[in-house]
Design a protein around this ligand. Structure first.
Ligand code: NAP
Length: 292
């Protein structure tokens, strides 16, 4: 079995790494801060002290960190993957980052004999825990075929999109739909609440019709319960909307809905709500509707 190294044990990375262990892969892990690593070692993973050390001990390296500069640091920086990699290593980045950064990482590593895939995910913390993530992949098709059994331990709907960066373009499209649907659910449930009808029954009724969605289900429940523990943090979704708006500008595509929901996110970040789940957009609707 291929030896896997995993970098970034956050809300997403930790359960993804746990699913690789459950599938029987020998796993070495690195996280910038310590507690998440200790949990993984009790489940059978070994520890490494840098991305470089991870690359030295692995056939395949996976990362799931926050943003474009973080992926650049982990992959190409000092003590990064590039310093420990041997030709033939496969690097799969599963973070959500700018397509341009994914292409830069691909090109730089390719010159050293390392294959790179951009393989961002959708499905949230629950999908990561259940191993049911949707995974959208960019890079060389042969590298994708090599990655497939590994990705199947973490996800269900795994689609090869095209050349390097194509996975991240797909993820940007995903984030538009998620942002606008969270906004729609928050808007609708606020209207129901202000109108004095039973919001739980509204959600139950809508779940059986055309308005049904995973977001009405999961985020709708969070809004109903006022439980905004992340999930997917607002500041990470705001980071993704930056990628979305930038890509729209580069392509000459006006993204009206994305621009509007991004401003709502900015209002929430100005209230120090960036660490809450993205469904906390409902709190802004409630505030502006005189409900809080
Ligand atoms: P998170 O809980 O904040 O975890 C981020 C992880 O990245 C942490 O382990 C953090 O280490 C590590 N990290 C950040 N910068 C780093 C750096 N410069 N060097 C080394 N490690 C670094 O975030 P998450 O929710 O797991 O999200 C991870 C990625 O998946 C993001 O790109 C996000 O947009 C994407 N994503 C998230 C979801 C979701 O529902 N949460 C869904 C799909 C995609 P520390 O522990 O030391 O901070």
């Amino acid at each position: 079995m291929q030896r896997i190294g995993f970098i970034g044990l956050g809300i997403m990375g930790k359960p993804m790494a746990q699913n690789l262990l459950k599938a029987g892969y020998p796993l070495v892990v690195y996280n910038r801060s310590r507690p998440a690593m200790d949990e993984l070692t009790t489940e059978g993973a070994r520890l490494a002290d840098s991305p470089k050390a991870i690359a030295e001990q692995s056939d395949v390296v996976i990362s799931c960190v926050s943003d474009s500069p973080d992926v650049e640091a982990v992959a190409l920086g000092s003590d990064g993957i590039i310093e420990g990699a041997k030709p033939g290593l496969l690097y799969i980045d599963m973070s959500t980052i700018a397509p341009a950064t994914a292409r830069k990482v691909y090109t730089t590593l390719k010159a050293t004999g390392v294959e790179a895939l951009d393989a961002p995910v959708s499905g949230g913390d629950i999908g990561a825990q259940q191993g049911t993530l949707s995974i959208m992949v960019g890079g060389d098709e042969a590298a994708f075929q090599r990655s497939l059994p590994i990705l199947q331990a973490m996800g269900k709907n795994i689609v090869y999109i095209g050349e390097a960066g194509a996975g991240q373009v797909t993820k940007a499209c995903n984030q538009i739909i998620v942002a606008l649907t969270v906004q729609a659910v928050a808007e609708a449930l606020t209207l129901a609440k202000k109108a004095g009808v039973d919001v739980a029954k509204v959600r139950e009724a809508l779940m059986g019709g055309f308005a049904q969605s995973r977001i009405l289900d999961i985020h709708g429940k969070r809004i109903l319960e006022g439980d905004f523990q992340p999930g997917f943090k607002l500041n990470l979704h705001r980071k993704d909307m930056n990628i979305v708006l930038q890509t729209g500008r580069e392509m000459g595509v006006p993204l009206f809905g994305s621009a509007q929901v991004t401003s709502m996110m900015d209002a929430l970040l100005a209230q120090d709500k960036g660490e809450l789940d993205n469904s906390a957009i409902a709190t802004l609707y409630e505030l502006l509707s005189g409900l809080t």
